[in-house]
Design a protein around this ligand. Structure first.
Ligand code: GTP
Length: 207
């Protein structure tokens, strides 16, 4: 595939979920194919984001993936995180039932800030490499996602399993739902993007 350098659209994707479930690690694995050891990771403060390209069907999409703090005290300006987002990944840690149960609060937050028709949601159970008897069964995660009409996948940022698939499945769903991102642009014949996506980029740290 030789995608043109023209960007068809920019998508804003948000990762939310309890502290320590591995949101930053999922993003780092997806964008840099790296995993940092526990000693090397720090809690996210406020919000951070990474920008990466996604090529599919000879088209190029720009992904701005926002990494939000799980810790309440580091969460500020919550409503602005959601502005202009087309996709939200709600992450939990399969080895921590508490983080799974707290999805209820995160779903509520998404529903408060994003009308359900405006955003594609995906629930992701991370850390499947961890062997623990308390593991939240895959079936339970799947059923929960079905109840809330979201996509669902399990993954491990550590071993890489499922990470790329999770992000790509979400993005493909956004691409397949043009009403989420297309603004009519009859004269140019190209897609323009909600300006709040790109204006949000200016306020973050592109590290
Ligand atoms: N075993 C295992 N550990 C992981 C995995 N993903 C992340 N971790 C570890 O879990 C810890 C938390 O990871 P982070 O990516 O910082 O978690 P976070 O959700 O971004 O945390 P906040 O920034 O506080 O919201 C770190 O010690 C990571 O090394 C995984 O897939 N498997």
């Amino acid at each position: 595939m030789t995608p043109t350098s023209e960007i068809t659209a920019t998508f804003k994707i948000l990762l939310i979920g309890d502290s320590n479930v591995g949101k930053s690690s999922i993003i780092r694995r997806f964008t840099d194919d790296k995993f940092l050891s526990p000693e090397e990771t720090n809690a996210t403060i406020g919000v951070d984001f990474k920008v990466t390209m996604y090529d599919v069907d000879d088209k190029r999409y720009k992904l701005a993936i926002w990494d939000t703090a799980g810790q309440e005290r580091f969460r500020t300006l919550t409503s602005s995180y959601y502005r202009g987002a087309q996709g939200v990944i709600l992450a939990y840690d399969v080895s921590s039932r508490e983080t799974f149960e707290n999805l209820e609060n995160w779903i509520e937050e998404v529903n408060t800030y994003c009308p359900s028709d405006d955003v594609v949601k995906m629930i992701v159970g991370n850390k499947i490499d961890k062997e623990t008897e308390e593991r939240v069964p895959r079936k339970e995660g799947f059923e929960y996602a079905r109840k809330h009409q979201t996509l669902f996948l399990e993954c491990s940022a550590k071993t890489k399993v499922g990470v790329q698939q999770a992000v790509e499945e979400l993005v493909n769903k956004i691409i397949d739902t043009p009403s989420l991102w297309r603004k009519s642009s009859p004269t140019k014949g190209t897609v323009s993007v909600d300006e709040s996506v790109t204006s949000g980029l200016g306020s973050g740290c592109a590290c």
